[in-house]
Design a binder for this molecule. Structure first.
Ligand SMILES: Nc1ncnc2c1ncn2[C@@H]1O[C@H](COP(=O)(O)OP(=O)(O)O)[C@@H](O)[C@H]1O
Ligand SMILES: O=P(O)(O)OC[C@H]1O[C@](O)(COP(=O)(O)O)[C@@H](O)[C@@H]1O
Ligand SMILES: [Mg+2]
Length: 322
């Protein structure tokens, strides 16, 4: 009987998870595994929401955003009693390997599970925050950036029509990647993140000068969620710079939407790398994409380091911070 391999999604959902699940299941079958699907992430692993993968279950999902397997954040998974329950659910079905599509938290969870019960796993980085060390890219980032780009372009239409300033808060719990890249792509006047020190007074003086002497009639400011500065910045532009300002918090709209072509193809390549790493006998590695090449790294290298944003992007953002 072929060895069982279960695939699931965990933590914050992101576009590209569905193509990754489909490709991982199809390719795992090609490599001689029996593929299984776990619904509801770690919660489903505990609650036994595990079904054998079939072509019907995998059909019509590629173009859908989010994850058709659904996801969760599970407090119970921190407890060994529930992790044992999850292990027994896998053991009963002959499932010996796992592929988890998620973020660093999910990788930590699976590493704990590996220490407890020795179930090998491969992790596929998927989070719109793009905050996983060792990889230049996480699934869902391109789709999220395109949604942000479309939203900021729309907001600029009303900003120019009304000669207003708009502060737009974008997601990124601890990482300013989405803010920096969207600020550059959308031609924002200002970008605040925790990674680059900013000087609001200095930017304020520059913008005031442009309003008075250079005909500046609107402002787009992109603020990363992690700074918690969006409301303050809106008040600052309104009161200190003197331009009527509004705040738009993009929120979860950034996490949805049909995956872009880039996210679908990246999903396939990550999925193939994950199955191949398990076939090669690796036990707890994370798939990474670096300098144009796919590979994998031991989990500790990934979860014990902090993701560093490309210095070239940081340099380009410099003028938007001070
Ligand atoms: N050290 C750990 N031990 C057990 N479970 C963990 C551990 N760290 C994280 N988890 C589980 O992983 C889930 C997903 O992590 P989270 O940080 O929410 O999302 P992401 O995977 O997107 O980073 C958590 O809700 C929790 O259930
Ligand atoms: O959906 P929730 O639980 O409110 O979490 C919001 C957080 O999840 C994210 O969208 C994605 O983060 P993860 O992929 O690490 O879960 C963050 O940008 C945001 O801060
Ligand atoms: Mg995370």
């Amino acid at each position: 009987m072929s060895e069982g391999l279960a695939i699931f999604t965990s933590g914050g959902d992101s576009a590209g998870m569905n193509p990754a699940v489909k490709c991982a299941a199809d390719y795992a079958a090609m490599r001689g595994y029996k593929p299984w699907l776990v619904y509801d992430g770690l919660r489903g692993l505990i609650d036994d929401k595990i079904v054998e993968s079939t072509p019907q279950l995998l059909s019509g999902i590629l173009h859908r955003g989010g994850t058709f397997l659904r996801s969760s954040r599970s407090q119970r998974f921190f407890d060994i009693q529930y992790r044992r329950q999850a292990f027994e659910n896998l053991e009963r079905r002959g499932i010996k390997k796992l592929i988890v599509i998620g973020g660093d938290g999910s990788f930590r969870a699976l590493n704990q599970f590996y220490s407890d019960f020795g179930v090998p796993f491969a992790g596929i980085p998927a989070t719109i925050d793009n905050d996983i060390a060792g990889t230049d890219y996480c699934l869902g980032v391109d789709t999220a950036l395109n949604i942000i780009r479309q939203s900021v372009d729309s907001i600029r239409d009303t900003a120019t029509s009304f000669s207003r300033a708009f502060v737009i808060e974008v997601m990124g719990r601890h990482c300013g990647y989405l803010a920096m890249v969207s600020a550059l792509a959308c031609g924002a006047e200002l970008c605040l993140t925790t990674e680059i020190p900013y000087d609001l007074e200095k930017i304020g003086a520059k913008l005031k000068h442009e309003i008075k002497h250079e005909g500046r009639d609107h402002i787009i400011a992109i603020v990363a969620e992690g700074t918690k500065m969006a409301e303050y910045t809106t008040r600052y532009i309104n009161d200190a710079i003197g331009m009527e300002a509004r705040l738009t918090v993009l929120g979860h709209v950034q996490r949805g939407g049909s995956p872009t072509v880039h996210d679908r193809i990246m999903a396939y390549k990550f999925a193939v790398a994950a199955v191949d790493s398990l076939v090669a006998g690796q036990t707890n590695s994370i798939m990474v994409y670096r300098d144009g090449t796919f590979g994998n790294l031991p989990i500790h290298t990934v979860v014990d380091s902090k993701y560093q944003i490309d210095p070239a992007i940081m340099k380009l953002c410099g003028p938007l911070c001070a």
